[in-house]
Design a protein around this ligand. Structure first.
Ligand code: GAL
Length: 688
């Protein structure tokens, strides 16, 4: 990878958004095969009533399309597409390869996924077969070709949706074919067995390989498996899924060259897929998001997911392919959304760049595994609260058509790297309480509360346009990353790095430099020793007049001459030593190091200091739970106010038009508790 590989905006594709979709697309997964054909007319009529403009179809219909190997039945689907088209509803046509027919499993037991314990995962559910199985690849190509040939130019079909949520429910396979494919992949990567032995450090514990045939996928073993082997297996598993996508995509392109192709991501919730790579291969980025219902801060995590998706899309419009109108059915506690939450959630995605709002699914299922999942049309039909709220949202989205194509601007980036997460999440780390995700959420939460727009960025991407870059626990850093961060700070950027960052390289080997720590030059510190804390142990830190609290981790480290000690440990294993440091560059840039896990309050104090250096102004005079996000188009700003509390909020504003509720009192906007207001005004560049 090089700098120009990220973000997705750099990719070559010229197709981006289905031309036929006007305004903000609205709709959901439509699975008509779950219902007798008589119901379809009612469905389509009600879709019209709700303002639905786009439905995803065919996702789980493989066996309905191909009831026997090589025997196709499309008559029912022709009728469906014609009806949808006649009603003016556009179709996002899915390839059904996430749900192979039972005949396929029956004929090809060798294609079943094998897990790390050697268990074979068979039919009766959904989820693909082994991505490395030639039979699966061939059958997928056959059904994809048949669909693309038949519907590639159908007027209803405006875009393609390949597969469903690659990486879920399983991403890794240890079948016979997978062993073979893994070895092949390693040969390509390393060229020789000697190089593989070196990269995996196989002299440790006497694992040296003498023949390629000895090399296996990292299944269950007596003790911890070689971490470099596991990291490569994670890379390989991601790569073979991506190849599955590319194979289907290229078939579709052959027969349907003018329709954009996507596959639905799960930005923050699929740990096994490196979406930075995938986003370069799709024509448009689409994403599925479901609230973690029991978390009080679920709405903040939603924003984080949307911001990551927008970043993957290179700040181009993206599509929210799935979310829920209310409860899901697969969490331990499936809480129904509160009144108004449906609109708050959907509009929060729009605020953060989505030009399409779709749900899983159109009509609630009577049978099957997901019958307790909410839908656009609930079991209770059109008299339900959900239906009423959905219809209102449909009308509101019509009002928002003018927002289409507008973009977000952020001056702060948080570094996000799946390869680093894969490496850090392996076993036998210095503390089981090290948790990169928890830290990213903590930093993001403070920025969200301060109403500061945030992008996520790959560590090797061009960071020069950000005022502030935050790297919370970026365990794996490549040489280009280290170079990139050095360039960023020496050119005047402001960088905040927290503990357990820059520890290993791409081969999962501890970095070698004078003091075995690659950030020495960048941060102006030398790291002596990790000093993790006991469970429940905390440490005190003095920072000017404040005493902050940390837990989980401390470092014994030294500030080099010229590096400022911003805070010191008052107790704990690093007593008297630095806790937070700052190196200043002549260009005005700064590099901050934070060596413990601060409480949320502590992060706020630290970030206030960092903001001052970076020229960022947090918004602290408005209620914390009032989400404020802007999209811009030419000289117009669309500012979203989403009130997540039950208390009404008032915001002073100079000149504006409110898009959802019409005229408001001049110079101030009222945002009732639980509601959303969107104002249109001349573009003003906020300081942050
Ligand atoms: C998604 C999946 C959908 C449906 C939904 C339920 O992950 O793509 O098919 O299962 O979850 O929340």
């Amino acid at each position: 990878m090089t700098l120009t590989d990220y973000p997705a905006a750099a990719r070559a594709s010229t197709l981006a958004w289905p031309e036929a979709l006007k305004g903000i697309a609205f709709g959901g997964d439509y699975n008509p095969e779950q219902w007798p054909e008589e119901v379809w007319d009612e469905d389509i009529h009600l879709m019209g009533e709700a303002g639905v403009s786009l439905v995803s179809v065919g996702i789980f219909s493989w066996v309905m399309f191909e009831p026997e190997p090589g025997v196709f039945r499309f008559d029912w689907f022709d009728r469906l597409l014609d009806k949808l088209h006649a009603a003016g509803i556009a179709v996002d046509l899915a390839t059904p390869t996430a749900a192979p027919p039972s005949w396929f499993y029956y004929l090809h037991p060798e294609a079943w996924v094998v897990d790390a314990d050697g268990r074979r995962l068979g039919p009766g559910s959904r989820g693909m077969c082994s991505p490395n199985s030639p039979a699966y690849q061939e059958a997928s190509a056959r059904i994809t070709t048949a669909l693309a040939q038949r519907y590639g130019h159908h007027p209803a079909v405006v875009m393609w949706h390949v597969h469903n949520e690659y990486g879920a429910p399983v991403a890794e396979c240890h079948s016979h074919d997978s062993q073979h494919a893994f070895r092949h992949w390693l040969k390509q990567r390393y060229g020789s067995l000697d190089r593989l032995n070196e990269a995996w450090g196989t002299t440790f514990w006497g694992q040296l390989y003498g023949k390629w045939e000895e090399v296996r996928t990292p299944g269950s073993a007596a003790s911890v498996i070689n971490p470099a082997q596991r990291l490569d297996f994670a890379r390989f598993s991601d790569d073979v899924l991506l190849q599955c996508f590319i194979r289907e995509r290229d078939i579709i392109r052959q027969y349907s060259p003018s329709r954009p192709i996507t596959t639905n991501f799960m930005a923050t919730s699929c740990p096994s897929v490196n979406y930075w790579r995938w986003s370069r291969e799709v024509d448009l980025v689409s994403n599925d998001h479901y609230l973690t219902a029991v978390r009080e801060d679920a709405h903040i995590l939603l924003s984080m997911d949307a911001d990551l998706t927008r970043s993957l899309a290179g700040n181009r419009p993206w599509m929210l392919m799935e979310h829920s109108t209310s409860a899901v059915n697969w969490q331990p506690y499936n809480l129904a959304k509160s009144p108004g939450e449906l609109a708050r959630n959907s509009l929060a995605h729009v605020a953060r760049g989505a030009d399409g709002v779709l749900y899983f699914q159109w009509r609630a299922a009577r049978r099957g595994a997901e019958k307790f999942h909410s839908a656009m049309l609930p079991h209770g039909g059109t008299s339900t609260r959900i239906w009423q709220e959905l219809k209102t949202l449909g009308t509101q989205l019509d009002e928002l058509a003018q927002l289409k194509g507008s973009t977000n601007t952020a001056h702060v980036a948080i570094l996000w790297d799946w390869e680093s997460f894969w490496a850090q999440d392996l076993e036998w780390r210095p503390s089981i309480d090290l948790n990169h995700r928890e830290r990213i959420e903590a930093f993001y939460t403070q920025l969200w509360r301060d109403k500061i727009a945030v992008d996520f960025a790959h560590p090797e991407s061009d960071l020069s346009h950000y005022k502030l870059v935050i790297a919370p626990q970026l365990y794996l850093m490549s040489a280009p990353t280290i170079q990139n961060l050095n360039n960023y700070t020496t050119s005047g950027g402001h960088l905040l790095i927290s503990y357990f960052s820059g520890i290993v390289d791409e081969e999962e080997a501890i970095h070698q430099s004078g003091v075995a720590f690659p950030l020495t030059k960048l941060l102006g510190i030398t790291l002596d020793e990790f000093a993790p804390l006991r469970p429940e142990q905390s440490v005190s830190i003095s920072l000017q007049e404040d005493t902050l609290t940390g837990d989980v981790w401390t470092d014994r480290f030294h500030a080099q001459p010229g590096t400022k000690i911003i805070a010191s440990y008052l107790d704990g294993p690093a007593t008297g030593g630095p806790a937070i440091t700052r190196k200043d560059f002549t260009t005005g840039g700064t590099a901050w190091y934070l060596s413990t896990r601060l409480t949320q309050e502590g992060l706020k104090v630290l970030l206030d200091l960092v903001y001052k250096h970076a020229g960022i102004t947090p918004e602290r005079n408005l209620p914390e739970d009032l989400e404020i996000v802007s999209r811009h188009l030419d000289h117009t700003e669309y500012r979203f106010y989403i009130n997540h509390s039950s208390t009404d909020a008032t915001v002073q504003l100079p000149e504006f038009t409110e898009l959802l509720t019409g005229p408001q009192k001049e110079s101030e906007i009222q945002v009732p508790g639980g509601e959303v207001r969107i104002v249109k005004m001349p573009h003003s560049r906020r300081a942050d």
